[in-house]
Design a protein around this ligand. Structure first.
Ligand SMILES: [Zn+2]
Length: 392
């Protein structure tokens, strides 16, 4: 039996900070065999366990919204469109690198929010065989969208006359979740979402019902009141982005337990680096207003009991796999969320939403964890340089 013990100065179980509380965590064959207060290292060493002392332990981070096949590092529009034109093998290699990068940063689960080639499925399989270098990949495969509407890089078309049930059932065979593209991107110059939702509430509900009949949850890409209303009425599993949120929509989300992944990162990047896109001063002011409104509604959502996830949209311009999770954590804290609630969104809430058998670190759970030098409650910057990462 492979056994080791870590004696930490404190730990976060996924919901609660236990710090400073010296604690011994014993791991046997990848499973947490015991968690005990105090330093029991000497006794465990005598029984043959390897013992490591020091640091702060928390569950592996979950990025609930990434696009593995996209590289967030290039911020030049031309370089970004060239990236998409590369042959499949090159894009697959990019996805592999993204996964490794996330894992090295302490991210042990990612939910891929779609790519039109199904590269995410392939990386999911590779990641199963490479727990030491890649996170668990929850793959959205291809999402569903309407013809000639936004989302061609990540979704397949379902026409007005198409059979939604058949399309979704087909996708559900391989997709861990079904992604529904409801609206396009935000018009930052206008400071609004200007397009009409791609699906009516009735059709969106057909997608949700078809997915559910296959045992699959749904996640909806949408922003703007019209799209959000459709998503909330259809009862999707989670709303992604959700800019221009309102209290009324949050009330429906709380009542139906619809989760929210606000993805501050891509908008924050464009606000912080307007030169990358060439935004004018009025547009930068729009970006700031949109971000502030988003932050206000995030805190409101938390108070109202809306399940919160934390996702980055990594792969978007300036949003780098791995590091972006810590950026997004900083956005939650800046918004006024406590660090406990923020880290819960980044760990236990996501695992619970994904139906994980052990959403928090406890005896009997798989050892899926990040070791930090010190408590992030003392200095949040410690999240940026994990000392060790273990994946289930
Ligand atoms: Zn996305």
């Amino acid at each position: 039996m492979d056994s080791f013990a870590i004696i930490v100065t404190g730990w976060f179980d996924g919901e609660t900070n236990h710090s400073p509380v010296p604690t011994t965590i014993l791991v046997e064959d990848g499973i947490i065999a015991d968690i005990a207060t105090g330093d029991h290292g000497d006794a465990l060493a005598k029984r043959g366990a390897a013992v490591h002392r020091g640091g702060y332990l928390m569950p592996g981070l979950v990025d609930a919204h990434v696009h593995l096949f996209l590289d967030g590092a290039p911020t030049d529009g031309k370089a970004r469109s060239e990236h998409l034109k590369q042959p499949l093998e090159r894009l697959t290699e990019a996805a592999r690198q993204s996964a490794r990068q996330a894992r090295a940063a302490g991210v042990t689960v990612v939910r891929d929010a779609g790519d039109r080639h199904g590269i995410n499925h392939r990386i999911r399989d590779e990641a199963r065989r490479n727990p030491g270098t890649m996170p668990v990949v929850r793959s959205g495969g291809l999402g569903v969208k309407r013809p000639k509407r936004y989302g061609a890089f990540m979704a397949t078309d379902v026409g007005e006359d198409g059979d939604i049930h058949a399309s979704v059932t087909g996708l559900a065979a391989d997709n861990d979740e079904i992604k529904l593209i409801l609206t396009g991107i935000i018009d930052f110059d206008a400071g609004a979402v200007t397009d009409e939702p791609q699906f009516s509430a009735e059709d969106a509900r057909r997608v949700v019902d078809a997915a559910r009949s296959c045992g699959r949850n749904t996640f909806a890409h949408c922003s703007g009141v019209k799209g959000l209303t459709v998503a909330a009425e259809a009862g999707v599993g989670s709303i992604e982005h959700g800019f221009f949120m309102t209290r009324e929509i949050l009330e429906i989300m709380a009542a139906k337990a619809i989760a929210w992944t606000p993805t501050f990162c891509p908008v924050h990047f464009q606000w912080a680096h307007p030169e990358a896109v060439g935004w004018s001063a009025p547009t930068v002011a729009n970006l700031r207003r949109i971000l502030d409104d988003h932050a206000h509604h995030l805190v409101m959502a938390h108070r109202m009991g809306v399940p919160l996830l934390l996702g980055t949209d990594a792969g978007s311009m300036g949003v780098e796999h791995g590091a972006a999770v810590i950026d997004e954590i900083e956005r939650y804290v800046e918004a006024g969320m406590s660090l406990d609630a923020t880290l819960t969104a980044a760990t236990a809430s996501a695992r619970r939403h994904f139906g994980h058998p052990h959403p928090v670190l406890r005896k009997g759970a798989a050892f899926d964890a990040v070791l930090l030098a010190i408590s992030p409650f003392d200095d949040i910057r410690t999240l940026r340089s994990p000392l060790g990462v273990w994946r289930q």
